[in-house]
Design a protein around this ligand. Sequence first.
Ligand SMILES: Cc1ncc(COP(=O)(O)O)c(C=O)c1O
Length: 398
Amino acid sequence: MSLDYWVFDPSTCQFTKPRVSILPSVFDYSALPHGSRALSDIGLRHFSRGRYALGEAYRLAGLDKQSALLAPAYHCVTMLDPALALGAQVQLYSLKPNLMPDSDSLEQMYSQSSLPVKALLATHFFGFVQDFSWLKQWCDERGIALIEDCSHVLFFEQYQARGAGLYGKFIASSPYKFFPCTDGGLLYAPDAHCLDGVQTESAGFLAELRGIKSAIEKSRLPKISTNGIDLIDQQLESITTAVPVPGSDQRMGRSAQSTQYLLASAKVASLRSSRWVTSHSSVKNNVTRRQENYRRWVQALSHIPNCRALYPEIPPDVIPYMFPLYLDIPMPHFYWLKQMGVPVWRWDEMAVSNCPVAADYRLHLLHLPCHQSLSNEEMEWMLAAVRKTLAIPTPGVQ
Ligand SMILES: Cc1ncc(COP(=O)(O)O)c(C=O)c1O
């Protein structure tokens, strides 16, 4: 099927390379294996990325050219890619401002679908685990497979007990977002028999070596210097006095998966080194550092104009993946943050839907790192850079 996408192309903007790693980079050894093992390989399969685990879940749910997937309107393209690769139709359901599925929209998408709906993708955005028990019931009543997207969730047995991965027939996750490993995607099914027959092939010896090399290089990247904060004002002055070169934002049709989904990688297992890192990393440290860093973001920006935290409260059992920050005026504030080298992600390539929240968040919602490898200097620098950038007034811009 064909979908229309909004695609933001920043190539003319000459953004600065991020000065801080957006994903964890430093291995934090713990002799106590935490639990991708504890989930046990019986109900688990390893892929190189969450998108390929999702692809397998979609296939097992029966998605094909004659059926449809219900997926969240606010998304990363890699959540839709595997369904498009199967030739399936994708229907985008609306989300509420807190990113919970809108039940009226689900009902409408389901009843209007010209093809039978075989699967529903439900995402726990940014690690804020939602109660999807009602979705399970909704899916069961209609014979739809619920696929829980735990890509933003630190997924292991103890955490599953807190609510993530409790209701899906299939659960996909992305360990490389939580641990300093080169790759990693998990597919889990509470009923292990659902994964019978799922085969992957090993990545090969050379890929293993390259993976180890890249993990070591990442851990050795230079950290921001202690005088970085003193330079912020000067950098901001030169950035904000120059005329910003906007990127292009275009609507275009696409009939297949994006280039971020490689059919050749769909059945390749994650690297052994990545699995080793994941199962020998300290989870305790991971959890506490992420929560601390998240709270630092909330506190540092609480009185700063032109922005608001999407989730200003972090319940004690949430292990955040990123800090989602809503910007009132993305141009020029997003532009300036990128010029400063602040590590920022944004889903500015997104399929077009009727959801006003997705349309709004596409350019306004930033994803900022709060991971466990961030040093105190890096956090201080990012907090100061974001605070100072957003405090700059933008006369005449609404
Ligand atoms: C919510 C969500 N689900 C799924 C994916 C796909 O995960 P991966 O990058 O591991 O393929 C992403 C990618 O960023 C994501 O953000």
